[in-house]
Every structure is written in C-alpha cells, then in structure tokens.
Write a protein that binds this ligand. Sequence first.
Ligand SMILES: NC(=O)c1ccc[n+]([C@@H]2O[C@H](COP(=O)([O-])OP(=O)(O)OC[C@H]3O[C@@H](n4cnc5c(N)ncnc54)[C@H](OP(=O)(O)O)[C@@H]3O)[C@@H](O)[C@H]2O)c1
Length: 218
Amino acid sequence: MKRPYVIINCAMSADGKIALPNRKQLRISCDEDIKRMYNLRNEVDAVLVGIETILSDDPKLTVKEKYVKNPKHPLRVVLDGKCRTPKDALILNDSAKTLIIAGEGNEKQFDFEHVEVVGCKTDSRGHIDLDCVLDLLYQKGVKKLLVEGGSTVIWSFLKRRFVNDLYIYIGPYIIGGKNTPTVADGVGIKNEDELILLKIVDINRLGPGVLFHYQLIL
Ligand SMILES: NC(=O)c1ccc[n+]([C@@H]2O[C@H](COP(=O)([O-])OP(=O)(O)OC[C@H]3O[C@@H](n4cnc5c(N)ncnc54)[C@H](OP(=O)(O)O)[C@@H]3O)[C@@H](O)[C@H]2O)c1
C-alpha cells in the first residue's frame, strides 16, 4: 500500500515542552527556524494538526510570503474526531484548501467551497485511524505530509512508526510544569521493549538553539 512520506516538525524547550503550562502557544523557534519551517511547509503537499492545536493556537497553517516567495500553500488537514473545529477558526479561511477528518458519523458540513469534511474509522479511544488517514491523503495526491502537532498527534504517528523524518528544534529555555505538553504525550510505551528507537541524521546550530534531524530505526 502506498502512503505519503511523513515528516514531523516541532519546536521544544530544553526540558522537552512545546507550549506553556496552560497549553497556550509560545514562540520557541528562532527566526532561522521559523524560516526553515515555512520552507518545509511550502515543500509538502499537506500539513496536519490535531483539533486541540486548532482550539488552543488557532493557526492558519499557510506559508508566509515574508519567508517564501510565491508560496504554494499546502492542503491543511485537521484530525477532528468529533468535528469540533469552530466555524471562525483561521484554518477555515480561504487562503488554502482545508480537509477535516472526522470520525465516521460525526461529519459536519461547513459552508465553504474550499473546506471538505470526510469521515474515517476510529479506534477505541475515538482517535482517527491513521491507516485510513494516510490512505485517504495518498488518494488525494498527498505524497509528502508534514505533521506539526500537537503532542497527542505526534505520539500517534510515532507509535505507529508512520514517520520518515523527525525534526526537533530545541530552544534554550526551560518551561517546566508537570502537565505542560511535550513532544510526544499520548499514553506512552508500557515496557522498555516498546521504545521508539531513533538515529540522528544531522545536528545543526540554528540561532540560539539546535536543530536535530532524526529518523526512526525500524
Ligand atoms: N511547539 C510546537 O511545535 C507545537 C506545534 C503544534 C502544537 N503545539 C502545542 O500542542 C498542544 C496541543 O497538543 P495536544 O496533544 O493537546 O492536542 P493535538 O495533538 O493537537 O490534538 C489531539 C486531538 O486530536 C484528535 N485526534 C483525532 N485522531 C487522533 C489521532 N489518531 N491521534 C491523536 N489525536 C487524534 C483527538 O481529539 P478528538 O477526540 O476530539 O478527535 C485528540 O484529543 C498545544 O498546547 C499547542 O500549543 C506545539
């Protein structure tokens, strides 16, 4: 079965956190990393996030002209089991197409031509089945997919080993907080033999931080 090439990209603090303790967004990336992120976004066919990222950050998920000339704007995809994307969310603006993947039976239509809602089967937790997501995206012409978060969605992709490249920018900050989101939350592994093994492909200093490029050891 053919699937998109999957790239995960995120920015974390030195203590592994990706947002504030109240789950609100904060800028961890430096200018160089933001430019790299927009160039990466412009290279892929689709960019995907979970519904909680939409609700907490309200991202546009487009490519800023300030960083990329003549941006392409990839398809924006939200994993949204219960179709909770607010009608006024910026991801529904008309700067690019948006695909909302809901749980089967929870599809809700939005009155915008550039927004499509499709249903996929879900697991026992109500999370969208990633086999279904990747099949669907490939059928829609998505050959390269960028997963930008948040923690629960990144965990799901890592758990299933549906990751070709993992980029983590580490900003020189400590955020702290027991419940602050980290790169990969979800339920985590149960035993040492379930460890998700990574190899380092490249390490680069970027502004005041460091960019790690990993791949999974399968
Ligand atoms: N620093 C960074 O690079 C970065 C980037 C993005 C986000 N963030 C931060 O990440 C935080 C949000 O992360 P989060 O973990 O709370 O939420 P999330 O990963 O954005 O969304 C998780 C939700 O997506 C839905 N979902 C549907 N199918 C799923 C699947 N197969 N796997 C996982 N989730 C699925 C579930 O909600 P339903 O059950 O309703 O479907 C789930 O609760 C925010 O604080 C945001 O600021 C940081």
